[in-house]
Design a protein around this ligand. Structure first.
Ligand SMILES: Nc1nc2c([nH]c(=O)n2[C@H]2C[C@H](O)[C@@H](COP(=O)(O)OP(=O)(O)OP(=O)(O)O)O2)c(=O)[nH]1
Length: 136
């Protein structure tokens, strides 16, 4: 039996990277699928919204931070029981403000990422990120 075909939902995801290589992770709040799992901040792209605009909006809404610039880095598609997502990962090294827990979520700056569990689609990113950060 095959699953019903559903078109993927676009999700904008931001990896904020400090000069020392630390990146910002957040824990999914109660009430969302995979609550308690760690992820890079972001969320669904609204109709008629660009991915970068969605990224900027989500950082304001979730963390009270202003992303000044971000570059597309990689894309990942993943089929969860709750949704088929197309994740657009961006890397930002320019932002304003410190993270605030506006949705009651925990967050953490991490060098080698030690928080768990991570969202399944995000797990491979950690190794790719280490290559980017430490192997140039
Ligand atoms: N932000 C984020 N989402 C991820 C990552 N990895 C991953 O599989 N996802 C998935 C989980 C969700 O199915 C989807 C993001 O949707 P969401 O429900 O968090 O988005 P949202 O904040 O717009 O939520 P809502 O307004 O519908 O409550 O992408 C990641 O690293 N960061």
């Amino acid at each position: 039996m095959s699953l019903p075909a559903r078109s993927p939902i676009d999700v904008a995801v931001g990896i904020l990277m400090k000069p020392n290589g630390d990146v910002l992770l957040a824990q999914r709040p109660h009430g969302k699928p995979y609550a308690g799992y760690w992820e890079f901040p972001g969320g669904k792209v609204e109709p008629d919204e660009s991915i970068l605009d969605a990224l900027k909006r989500e950082f304001v809404e979730e963390l009270g931070m202003t992303v000044l610039a971000a570059e597309p880095w990689c894309g990942v598609e993943y089929v969860y029981p709750h949704a088929h997502v197309r994740l657009h990962f961006y890397i930002s090294r320019e932002w304003l403000g410190e993270p605030q827990s506006l949705e009651g979520q925990a967050f953490a700056w991490q060098g080698s990422v030690g928080v768990e569990p991570l969202l399944p689609a995000t797990i491979p990113l950690i190794e790719w990120l280490d290559r980017l950060r430490y192997l140039g």
